[in-house]
Design a protein around this ligand. Structure first.
Ligand code: PLP
Length: 547
């Protein structure tokens, strides 16, 4: 299996190069040459498979055995999911006859990104160790310096994915004092010598700008071989397809009738999680609909209403008589905070202006819409799809928007439904589910999904069952959960939510370097100092240095 860019070109990459490259040089995202189909006996043969067994089956359809043998793949997958606390890895919980929750937060940082990043870290290490073994004769050793900015969530999952990996250093920048105490502690209490936290005096945007400047600095980039672990990495999408299969089998084991229609409802930001479901569906998993749930950063919800993929920032007034609002009145109770066009919500991991992985879906939609001579070679059709996507993305860049043809919107609607949810509705849902017959406490991201599930269910045929993906443990977003349940007398945060792993976390040793100004030169100095050397960890909660 080879991979190519959504924006065309003749470049074909191996899985290894796809994973190590991340973003294609022409700005596109890599997608597989074709979507493999499930073996004809998958329903019976895979029925009792574990998460690890299913990972091996599904992943090996996308990775040539010459690149990673089945035995090597199994070892990588086993190692990746050993760090999870639940024997099912991603267990399915029943809320009521029509609604199930797929818990994706049993990894080391209590959020769904662990599912992908635990595997990605091991893949990086596997490739680098193998390359270095081959190059031993010439004495050249490849290293990777992963650099990223975080407002909290992704940073800790990346750190836990890459801690203690051979030939890799990781530098994560966060805005000092602007990350929730639990998330800051999750990142900075990791004391492996290859992990470096930089607390930058500035905002999250400052951190992001510094990271962009580092990647744009050719000299620096070449010297340190910078790498990214962001959500466009193909391996992350691939790892996430597995829980769609596992939950399908777990649901079959629980529902009385075998012919239910399954809807997956996915709290969505960068479109990575729900895109994995799209691949599972295209491979042959019987999914009736994929439901995209957004917060008030609703570029996707608006796309499925109008066919316009359009950035709306604070300077763009909402059109009068806004037809993009869902009928069920999703207007925010109060004006949401706006920074750089992104609205700050109670579900911050979904606060985005554009959804980077959406480009992959656009490619498939463009491909379907290409009108060609039926005898034309598939390559012709593919290259037309690449040109179309390239054109669309150029428009998004220059005009901030693109309007796709009606036929494209219609085909997007065959597989997906999309809805947006306000903060007030999110809080209402957390409260309602806590007080429901099956009392269950969701984090605010999951609550966005559950809100949409309830809304969509009103129009569902009786045979439909919904699986809502739960993307974070409620203890990670204590503020929203506590606010939602402040009037519930039966609720006690420490007793009902706080996991043992979080207790005492705030008092643990910290591994963090203070960066006194949002200055790229200061950050470079830290990277140069530590890239190949261990960092110093101090005894008390003080930082290990500052620049
Ligand atoms: C990243 C994240 C999401 C959004 O996932 P995408 O793949 O970016 O759509 C939702 N919830 C939580 C808790 C996350 O960390």
């Amino acid at each position: 299996m080879k991979y190519f860019s959504t924006r065309g070109g003749s470049q074909l990459l191996s899985f290894e190069d796809t994973v190590l490259t991340g973003l294609a040089p022409n700005g596109g995202l890599y997608i597989p040459q074709n979507i493999p189909q499930l073996p004809s006996d998958w329903r019976t043969a895979w029925k009792d498979y574990s998460f690890v067994d299913l990972s091996v089956e599904v992943l090996s359809l996308y990775i040539s055995h010459e690149e990673i043998s089945r035995a090597e793949l199994r070892a990588l997958v086993e190692k990746s999911y050993k760090t999870f606390r639940h024997p099912d890895i991603t267990p399915l919980k029943k809320l009521d006859d029509k609604t199930y929750i797929l818990e994706l937060f049993h990894g080391p940082t209590f959020a769904f990104k662990d599912v992908a990043l635990q595997l990605l870290g091991n893949l990086f290490e596997f490739f680098l160790v193998r390359r270095n073994a081959r190059q031993l004769v010439e004495g050249k050793q490849e290293r990777l310096t992963v650099v990223g900015a975080t407002s909290g969530d992704t940073g800790s999952a990346a750190i836990y994915g890459l801690r203690n990996k051979a030939n890799i250093s990781i530098f994560i920048l966060h805005p000092k004092g602007r990350v929730s105490p639990i998330q800051e502690a999750q990142m900075t209490t990791v004391t492996d010598p290859n992990v470096h936290n930089l607390a930058v005096k500035g905002t999250f945007d400052d951190c992001q700008d510094i990271v962009k400047a580092l990647f744009a600095d050719h000299e620096f980039n070449k010297t340190h071989r910078l790498g990214a672990v962001n959500s466009i990495n193909w391996a992350r999408i691939l790892a996430q397809t597995v829980y769609y299969f596992l939950s399908y089998f777990h649901l079959q084991a629980q529902v009385p009738t075998p012919d239910v229609e399954i809807q997956y409802v996915v709290p969505t930001g960068n479109f990575g999680d729900v895109l994995a479901g799209y691949y599972a569906k295209r491979m042959g998993l019987p999914i009736a609909k994929l439901v995209v749930a957004t917060n008030s950063n609703d570029i996707l919800a608006r796309f499925w209403k109008s066919g316009a993929y359009e950035k709306l920032d604070s300077t763009t007034p909402a059109p009068a008589g806004d037809a993009t609002q869902p009928a069920e009145g999703a207007s925010d109770g109060k004006q949401a905070q706006v920074t750089g066009g992104v609205k700050e919500t109670l579900s911050p991991a979904m606060d985005i202006l554009v959804s980077s992985n959406f480009e992959r879906l656009l490619w498939y939609l463009a491909y379907e819409s290409v009108e060609v001579d039926p005898n034309a070679h598939d390559d012709t059709r593919r290259s037309k799809a690449g040109e179309t996507v390239d054109g669309w993305m150029k428009l998004v860049k220059s005009d901030g928007r693109v309007q796709v043809p009606t036929s494209v919107l219609e085909s997007a609607r065959r597989d997906f439904i999309a809805e947006r949810v306000s903060d007030d509705q999110t809080l209402d849902t957390i409260r309602a589910q806590f007080e429901a017959p099956v009392s269950y406490i969701t984090d605010p991201h999951t609550a966005v999904g559950l809100t949409v599930a309830r809304r969509v269910a009103q129009h569902n045929p009786p045979s439909t069952v919904q699986i809502v993906l739960s993307t974070a443990h409620p203890a990670k977003f204590s503020e929203a959960v506590t606010r939602a349940l402040s009037t519930a007398s039966a609720f006690d945060f420490e007793r009902d939510v706080l996991p043992d792993e979080f207790k005492g976390l705030l008092e643990r040793k910290r591994n963090v370097v203070d960066v006194e100004a949002p200055d790229v030169e200061l950050v470079k100095r830290v990277i140069e100092k530590y890239a190949e050397r261990p960092s110093v960890v101090q005894e008390s909660g003080v930082s290990s240095g500052s620049v």
